[in-house]
Design a binder for this molecule. Structure first.
Ligand SMILES: *Cc1c(COP(=O)(O)O)cnc(C)c1O
Length: 368
């Protein structure tokens, strides 16, 4: 029996081990260590923004962004229904209400026309999710947001380093939020960050991140805060991953090219539909995502599982989740179709060409 191929795996080298060991040996392991600020500076520099605020994970990063933007009870936040639950849950954490929007086929991100149609007088912000490595159409979303006075949060958890017309995602909105969970483009185990060019927003997020404690007056708390801080162990891992980010992104691009070659005959026959690739976008390959004709997706997953190959179906749309029963009757046809047909194949920087060939051979076998 050949080795099992996981759907995702982090890329950890001697460099990561050495950075984390260095912090351990120093004794500076909490969030107060200089390593955390060093990681924030390196992240901000990578994306050419003045401020990066690290967080304990991507979800708390999104929560901090909403709170710093003043989103709260009585407000609505527009969000695509086809996303990971965290993009939506944070809206409730802030006391606001999600307003779901369908996605567009050209990007799998929020549809700008639908976004504009769904805006109400209570709408205060939009969370733009760059899904499965492909950027949403921020070039069309931003003017709509500006016209209606909406703040823009980018959820870059699945698309770190992707670009729109040459510019990185996370640099377009008021705040760009990142996740460094173990399966993301780069990892700190658990971790996250908010990028912004607004120093006041950054200061507000830092205050909320650390118990709402006045940085100039210890144990004085002007606001109710949280403990959403990243530890130095995470930051050390993050510094090593950031130094390798070009390599990690390039390795995933190679994986995509191998799958493209191996699966081209199935695409030509219409058995598989590959991910969209908008002409203005430089996606990253978070997952090699394909659409399978309904109802064969689950059969393909089972076939691959029987051969030791792990896959993931697309996220079920959030309006159909038990957590959001008030939205159960809403219909978002494109998100529902993608969720029923979408499949993520094993994708990670350490995946070998022979692994991609083996996965692809079993996919071809299924359709033969
Ligand atoms: C992973 C992810 C998050 C949450 O990040 P965590 O670090 O796991 O909290 C948020 N949004 C999207 C789209 C994600 O994929």
């Amino acid at each position: 029996m050949p080795a099992r191929i996981p759907v995702s795996a982090p890329s950890i080298t001697e460099r990561e081990v050495a950075e984390v060991a260095g912090v351990m040996a120093s004794g500076w392991i909490s969030s107060q260590a200089p390593t955390v600020e060093a990681f924030e500076r390196a992240l901000a520099a990578r994306y050419g923004l003045p401020e990066a605020v690290s967080a304990s994970n991507g979800t708390t990063a999104l929560h901090l962004a909403l709170l710093a933007l003043g989103i709260g009870p009585g407000d609505e936040v527009l969000v695509p229904t086809l996303t990971f639950a965290a993009s939506v849950n944070v809206i409730r954490h802030a006391g606001a209400e999600p307003r779901f929007v369908d996605v567009e086929p050209a990007t799998w991100g929020i549809d700008p026309l639908e976004l504009e149609r769904r805006i109400t007088p209570r709408s205060r912000a939009v969370i733009v999710v760059h899904l499965y490595g492909h950027p949403a159409d921020v070039g069309r979303i931003q003017p709509i947001a500006a016209r209606h006075g909406l703040r823009v949060i980018e959820d870059c958890a699945e698309a770190q380093d992707a670009r729109v017309a040459g510019r990185h995602v996370g640099t377009f909105g008021d705040v760009g939020c990142f996740s460094f969970f173990a399966n993301k483009i780069m990892t700190t185990g658990e971790g996250g960050a908010c990028l912004t060019r607004d120093p006041a927003l950054a200061a507000s997020m830092r205050l909320l991140r650390s118990h709402g404690m006045d940085p100039a007056r210890r144990y004085h708390h002007p606001v109710v805060g949280y403990n959403y801080r990243m530890t130095a162990l995470q930051a050390a891992l993050g510094l090593a991953q950031l130094a390798r980010l070009d390599e990690l992104v390039a390795a995933r691009a190679r994986v995509r090219a191998w799958y493209d070659r191996e699966l081209s005959s199935l695409v030509a026959r219409g058995d598989l539909t590959p991910m969209p690739h908008a002409p203005w976008a430089d996606p990253v390959c978070w997952f090699y995502s394909v659409l399978v004709p309904t109802p064969r997706r689950d059969g393909l997953m089972a076939h691959l599982a029987a051969h030791g190959i792990e896959t993931r179906p697309f996220f079920p749309p959030m309006h159909q989740q038990g957590a959001y029963p008030a939205h159960a009757a809403e219909v978002f046809a494109r998100s529902e179709e993608l969720a029923a047909r979408g499949l993520n194949l094993p994708t990670f920087a350490g995946l070998a060409e022979a692994d991609v060939a083996r996965v692809s051979a079993h996919v071809r076998e299924f359709f033969a």
